[in-house]
Design a protein around this ligand. Sequence first.
Ligand SMILES: Nc1nc2[nH]c(O)nc2c(=O)[nH]1
Length: 380
Amino acid sequence: MRFDRLLFPKGEVILAHVLQCGQAFRWVWNSNKNYYATSMLLNDSLGYKIVILRQKDESTIEYSIYKDDSDKSFDALRTCLQHYLRLDVSLEKLLSEWSAVDKNFVNKCHRGVRVLGQEPWETLCSFICSSNNNISRITKMCHSLCGEYGKEIGNLDGISYYSFPSSNDIVHKASEEHLRELGFGYRARYIIGAAKLMHQDKPVSMSDTEYIKSWHKKLSKPEIRERFLAFPGVGPKVADCVCLMGMQMDDVVPIDVHMQRIAERDYRFNATANKAEELKERYKALPLTRKSMNIKLELAREMFASKWGPYAGWAQGVIFAQEINKTVGATTEDMHLVKRVKKEEEKSSSATLEVKVEGIEYSNTGRPMRWASKKVNYNV
Ligand SMILES: Nc1nc2[nH]c(O)nc2c(=O)[nH]1
């Protein structure tokens, strides 16, 4: 099997950190063979392939394609990975810039966590699933979407890999009832609604991702955010995650109750109510933004954005990854949706799910230290 190498400055990418920090939900870790695999769309002519990644050392990743050793596919994958891992951005440089203005970044180890450049349609669906949820269950939902409505790409080491379903696939193959049977709960309605809206808005000649990316040409950043807010199941936090990870809007800082807690605890941030009118005035032309806005969270968002600058979303990613390390399987709460969904959550029965978490543990320098295997209980 052919493996090519991606080289980068030491510590820029640590797969165990970046693929398991609640941004991407379809990577499968093979603990026996020490690799990550997923299906990835290389380009329109090559389609989806099973892609394998393994970390060789702190400055090298090896990549391969299942059952395809052609130069054409390897060239396409290299281009995809450079974009996916955003290798154009120097994390080291950003960390030193943030350290200069923010003592929370000083003398701390934040290696290898970067914002991924993901497909916007997949990011939108994944983060609709993420509301009020934990990483393990979001992962399960994303795999279910692919397994039920995507196309099978192949089977590697006993695991089948599928394409991520398009809005067309979901509209024609899925139903709210079936999604509920698969464990999506109230999110079933949102996924169906989002697929319908996308399918109806998008020109037939364009893929979901091409269509969403085309917004960059005609809309401002706040208008793009407003477009995402029109999808069912999307509040400000989810919209911001999609803008950041699916649209490369690097300055966008997703805020939820966890980030709000960090703002108060580590930044002594205290929102002042008298800014409410000013914010409402600013978003006059963006009715969904205005309606869904939580003033306290919006002010925290602004505080972080002005402190961290043009890559503020990346700084949030580092802080967020650290926070979920403290609480494995953190939930995402989108305040806008919480009240609406609480009632439905109450209706569904509660149970405890035991999940075995496996992976390499990394030392402070990013070196793989030992195998980790622990059982974690989630309340579901
Ligand atoms: N970098 C971030 N990743 C996330 N995952 C998730 O569910 N929420 C976030 C987030 O706010 N930032």
